[in-house]
Design a protein around this ligand. Structure first.
Ligand SMILES: Cc1cc2nc3c(=O)[nH]c(=O)nc-3n(C[C@H](O)[C@H](O)[C@H](O)COP(=O)(O)OP(=O)(O)OC[C@H]3O[C@@H](n4cnc5c(N)ncnc54)[C@H](O)[C@@H]3O)c2cc1C
Length: 425
């Protein structure tokens, strides 16, 4: 039976970084990286619209959320990790792999040539250079923990786990068959990612393995995904309209979260970077209200002053004409269709109420909020507190970030720390 000192399940951003870190910190250990798909780093390839927004210069725990932990617990966990692997450290790692980085005016970090493939190439080259063994189309399906004494028959006294690995093989008659084999290892890193974006390989495998290990998983919700809105008669005129504004999310009249940035109305609701950041707060079956401010830089008084002057010269359709001074034509049409008084017009430009009925499903989401509950994970090593030979990293943990490079940074940070294999120190 094959034996490896360290096996990493999942060849996404966190798993690849964990494999690199494991070899850098423990050059003598045999490290195996398992990936169930035909390629490593599929989500990285699609990230940032193919440009790969791999980090953000303005990095702190406030840019991250957690479903099952309090803000205080989450901040402590995330900030401790970011203090170890922050943006300068990440930059140094990528530069040592031969990749120069570019920072845009918002602090978002990309490879200098803005091509995700370059990030993938340099990571894969480095895996080869470090002699990490990579098995593509191999999936960890099951694991058996061996207890003290159970390994006395093994050639490797360090064996802690038997791992069942399923692989796709093409037989002589060109028939595809699933073959299962068992390998053994001393330490295991779970980097299976989330079930977001099934077309890029999002699966629930990681959650199943965690459940098998009796690790509590928080509620899971699609995040960074468009919102679905209740539609009235004229809603369709909004489809395809972009705007820069501010949106405030309310649940039971309580302000839940506010975002400012780019929005895009779609056939079903609201998309765009800013809108997608609200999705993680939407719990199924709850009622939510969105208030949109199309002119966040202007006060109601400034709007009134402008409208008072311009309405004198416009006799018909005055609400539409005033609205057009601030928003695109079709948005002005929609706003004026919901306006009966001058006061209402000002209110609709600053606080247009829209009802949220849900979000698009996890297949359409960039990430999933929720995962392995943080109080079960050692803050220093990312090992399971109840089993120091198993580490968890990446999106499988109950940490989700805002848009802007925060999620990939979390994958690099958590993967690097898990790969240090520090649970025993
Ligand atoms: C379209 C899109 C665009 C994005 N853009 C950005 C961006 O610009 N910036 C940003 O910061 N974030 C972005 N993200 C989010 C970011 O890509 C993820 O948060 C990050 O890739 C998570 O890394 P991970 O290693 O935890 O999981 P993943 O990247 O999902 O990797 C997990 C891997 O494990 C494999 N796997 C699962 N189970 C097993 C198993 N049992 N055995 C073997 N292999 C297994 C999967 O096939 C997968 O390859 C984007 C996501 C999407 C979908």
């Amino acid at each position: 039976m094959s034996y490896f000192d360290v096996v990493i399940a999942g060849g996404g951003a966190s798993g690849v970084m964990a494999a690199i870190s494991a070899k850098l910190h423990n050059p003598d250990k045999e490290v195996l990286l398992l990936e169930r798909q035909t390629n490593l780093l599929n989500k990285v390839r699609a990230s940032g619209n193919g440009r790969c927004n791999l980090s953000n210069q303005h990095l702190n725990a406030d840019c991250y959320f957690s479903i099952g932990s309090s803000d205080k617990q989450k901040n402590k966990f995330v900030q401790t990790a970011l203090n170890k692997v922050d943006y300068p450290k990440t930059k140094k790692i990528f530069e040592s792999l031969g990749l120069f980085l570019r920072v845009d005016p918002y602090g978002r970090v990309y490879p200098y040539a803005e091509q995700a493939e370059l990030v993938i190439d340099c990571l894969i080259d480095y895996l080869q250079k470090l002699n990490v063994e990579v098995w593509l189309q191999h999936e960890l399906t099951d694991l058996e923990e061996l207890f003290a004494g159970a390994n006395s028959y093994s050639l490797h006294p360090q064996v802690n786990f038997n791992l069942s690995i399923s692989s796709l093989s093409v037989s002589d008659k060109l028939r595809k068959e699933n073959i299962t084999k068992t390998i053994q290892c001393n330490q295991l890193i779970l980097a299976c990612g989330s079930s977001a974006a099934k077309n890029l390989g999002g699966v629930e495998n990681g959650y199943k393995l965690l459940k098998q290990l009796n690790v509590a998983i928080s509620e899971l919700r699609p995040a960074l995904v468009p919102l679905i809105l209740a539609k009235d008669k004229t809603f369709q005129v909004l489809s395809g309209q972009r705007f820069k504004g501010r949106a405030t999310l309310f649940a039971n009249r309580k302000n839940v979260f506010q975002v400012k940035g780019e929005f895009l109305f779609t056939k079903t609701g609201l998309s765009g970077i800013a809108a997608m950041e609200l999705a993680r707060f939407i719990k199924p079956k709850n009622k939510y209200l969105l208030q949109i401010d199309f002119v966040p830089d202007l006060t109601k008084e400034q709007l009134k002053e402008f409208a008072a002057n311009c309405s004198k010269s416009v006799k018909e359709k005055q609400f539409y004409h005033i609205a057009k001074g601030f928003v695109r034509k079709n948005i002005a049409k929609y706003i004026s269709s919901r306006t009966k008084t001058f006061q209402e017009l000002i209110k609709n430009l600053k606080e247009l109420p829209l009802e949220i009925t849900g979000t698009l499903p996890q297949e359409k989401a960039q990430i999933i909020a929720g995962g392995a509950v943080l109080d079960q994970i050692s803050l220093l090593s990312f090992a399971l507190k109840k089993n120091p030979n198993i580490y968890v990293c990446g999106e499988l943990l109950d940490v989700d970030g805002r848009t802007g490079g925060y999620n990939l940074q979390w994958a690099w940070t958590s993967g690097y720390i898990a790969g240090q294999l520090r649970s025993m120190f």
